[in-house]
Ligand binder design. Structure first.
Ligand code: FAD
Ligand code: DLZ
Ligand code: SF4
Length: 509
């Protein structure tokens, strides 16, 4: 009798734990395109094309490797639209003795897998997802006896566990962290490396037509879709990153430039998150570049910290905090996002650039997400759950386990500081320092009040004043509060009036 092995859309890895526990002769791999998944948020059109095309290519690669694959397409008229519905139909077709599946990436789907044993009366074996470096148990053991869950200490544990960038039990070259060296602004540079482009093949073109037809009302454009959709092409992009980009990764990690969506970033997160690339393998290859003298330590450590530290830490927090995390709203923010979050049409150039690029490509890099878009949403008091939904629908690499703690936790301070000891807020000065956006903006970045004043400035001070009851004791905000207190009450009133009038104008946009 057969074993049914469902492989979900973010489980596109050959060494998936479920596949490793069954034999090819017994197994039928089940892959399901279902409308529940394509519509639980209004995913960006490029995200839909990427996931569906990568699933179809992966099914083909599994077959070539000798697996029997039962593949359910979205446009099949008998498709029930849900994982559970498709499992029921597959059980009728194959009469399996058992279901073996790798654990799901998020609470919603995890609850579905947990219900299958009862619904189908079959044994369901749920395997640990060993594509992650830290298991749920290990994270719990690290977190359980701590008052503060500081990422830096988690990251050091992971360095010790993996031996990455370690020398005789100590960090290579004596330092754990080179963050301070990694905040250089960038200048336009014709020699900047460009990620590879992967023009759509016949399979992807078919999926593009499907998405154009079925999801016309979803945000984003499909024009110029050129992401990799196979493990082999994702690997080409990884190789190109290590050869041409990694050496400068650290220096310009936080920089932003008009028209330059990639800078010195890897653009590998969609491939890692759906399983086409292995995160630990990428970290080891980055380390090898340092050991061979081809990339400096500030870049290699910075890159490894993002994956070994931030990525694993976010996952740990997501599962530890439980399904109720999504409802946290420490600052009691309730404002709806302005409509131009879905068009990019705003006179604030930084937001116009970051959101415009996001709609065109389903990608923005970390500082655009955190210090332009997220910063603005936080300063205006946007509802963190709505902000979370926007990020989940709009980015190619967005799956709830990684997007939610980044957005609701790190960016919107919805959990009251579990993830970061102070809110990530700034006035226009930070954006001006790290980008070239302000020069071409209709607003004056140095002005706080008046018709031409950069909105971030008054909003920044108004945010601090508005939330003094909750943030006034935060020692990391002591300096800005002191600066605010030194201002005359006339200046404070003018600033708050400016912020109020801007916020009122948003209600009309
Ligand atoms: P690089 O800058 O080249 O970084 C290297 C790798 O490190 C990335 O590929 C990624 O795998 C990992 N990484 C870096 N930062 C983080 C982080 N904070 N959390 C988890 N992994 C990280 N990343 C996602 O993968 N999915 C998301 O849905 C997502 N949502 C975000 C929402 C907000 C509000 C913020 C501030 C950040 C979010 N990030 C998310 C993290 C980060 O922005 C992206 O991982 C990064 O921009 C991907 O581009 P890259 O591959 O070029 O990254
Ligand atoms: C995100 C996504 C989308 C848009 N579509 C599918 C799909 O049709 N079939 C599928 O198996 N997976 C899809 N996914 C990814 C799943 O939502 C993801 O596997 C779950 O979030 C589990 O964590
Ligand atoms: Fe953004 Fe203000 Fe700079 Fe304009 S002036 S780009 S609104 S930070």
């Amino acid at each position: 009798m057969t074993v049914l092995v469902p492989v979900l859309g973010d489980q596109l890895s050959f060494d998936l734990s479920s596949l490793a526990t069954v034999s090819q002769q017994d197994a039928i791999v089940l892959m399901m395109e279902v409308s529940d998944e394509t519509t639980y948020v209004r995913h960006h059109k490029q995200k839909l094309v990427y996931i569906i095309s990568a699933m179809r290519h992966h099914a083909q690669a599994l077959r070539e490797a000798g697996w029997r694959v039962d593949y359910m397409r979205l446009d099949n008229p008998d498709n029930s639209g849900s994982f559970t519905g498709e499992m029921a139909r597959a059980i009728e077709r194959h009469d399996p003795r058992q279901i073996v599946v790798t654990e799901a990436g998020e609470w919603r789907v995890s609850a579905m897998l947990d219900s299958w044993e009862t619904i189908f009366g079959l044994p369901v074996s749920i395997c640990r997802d060993n594509r992650f470096i830290c298991s749920h148990k290990e994270f719990e053991a690290w977190a359980s006896d701590r008052r503060e869950l500081t990422m830096e200490f988690f990251y050091r544990e992971m360095r010790r566990k993996t031996g990455l960038l370690m020398q005789d039990g100590k960090p290579a070259c004596g330092r754990w962290n080179f963050d301070k060296d990694n905040r250089k602004p960038a200048k336009p540079d014709l020699l900047m490396p460009r990620p590879l482009r992967f023009p759509p093949d016949a399979i992807t073109q078919e999926v593009i037509a499907l998405v154009e037809m079925r999801f016309a009302d979803h945000p984003g454009s499909l024009e110029g879709f050129d992401y990799a959709v196979t493990a082999a092409d994702a690997e080409r992009q990884a190789a190109s990153f290590f050869a041409d980009t990694l050496p400068q990764f650290g220096d310009y990690e936080d920089a932003m430039l008009t028209g330059e969506r990639f800078l010195w970033h890897s653009i590998l997160s969609p491939y890692i998150n759906s399983g086409l690339l292995d995160p630990l393998d990428l970290c080891r290859r980055a380390e090898a570049e340092f050991r061979a003298g081809r990339a400096p330590l500030n870049s290699v450590e910075g890159y490894i910290r993002q994956i070994l530290g931030w990525r694993e830490y976010m996952r740990g927090i997501y599962w530890r905090e439980g399904p109720g995390y999504v409802d946290r709203n420490f600052l009691n923010h309730k404002r709806s996002l302005p409509g131009w979050f879905w068009t990019g049409k705003t006179e604030m150039n930084c937001l116009h650039q970051a959101i415009g690029q996001t709609l065109a490509t389903a990608h923005a890099h970390h500082i655009q997400r955190l210090m332009v878009i997220g910063n603005f949403a936080l300063l205006i008091g946007a509802d963190p759950k709505q902000v979370h939904q926007w990020y989940l629908e709009i980015y190619l690499d967005a799956y709830e386990w990684v997007e939610l703690p980044n957005t609701l936790g790190m960016s919107q301070f919805g959990d009251g500081g579990l993830l970061g000891s102070k809110p990530y807020i700034s006035s226009g000065a930070y954006i001006n320092r790290m980008s070239d956006y302000c020069g071409a903006c209709r607003y004056a970045v140095k002005e706080r009040v008046g018709e031409d004043a950069c909105p971030f400035n008054a909003l920044y001070w108004d945010f601090l004043a508005r939330h003094r009851d909750k943030l006034g004791d935060n020692h990391r905000l002591a300096m800005p509060y002191r600066t605010w207190d030194r201002q005359t009450s006339d200046d404070q009133t003018a600033t708050r009036r400016q912020a109020k009038s801007f916020l009122e104008s948003l209600n009309r946009s």
